[in-house]
Design a binder for this molecule. Structure first.
Ligand code: F3S
Length: 71
């Protein structure tokens, strides 16, 4: 039996350069902080239906700063 795993996104703050593509492709999951860098909304949990957007955010960050865990 496989247990459902919770997908979660995170931003590696030491890599983020504020390109904000993550916020554009998945505004439900990311927002810009006061300095224009990204942060996750809430605790980073990816609600059902937003998995594809989470993966798109990972693929679109030129700094490889978006992390997806639980996949
Ligand atoms: Fe930062 Fe990448 Fe988003 S550089 S603002 S995590 S697209």
């Amino acid at each position: 039996m496989t247990e459902a795993r919770q997908l979660r996104v995170a931003i590696a703050a030491d890599r983020c350069q504020g390109h904000n593509r993550c916020c554009l492709v998945a505004p439900e999951l990311f927002e810009a902080d006061d300095e224009g860098n990204a942060r996750v909304r809430g605790d980073g949990s990816v609600p059902a239906g937003l998995e594809a957007k989470a993966k798109r955010a990972v693929a679109n960050c030129p700094e490889h700063a978006v992390r997806l865990t639980g996949a």
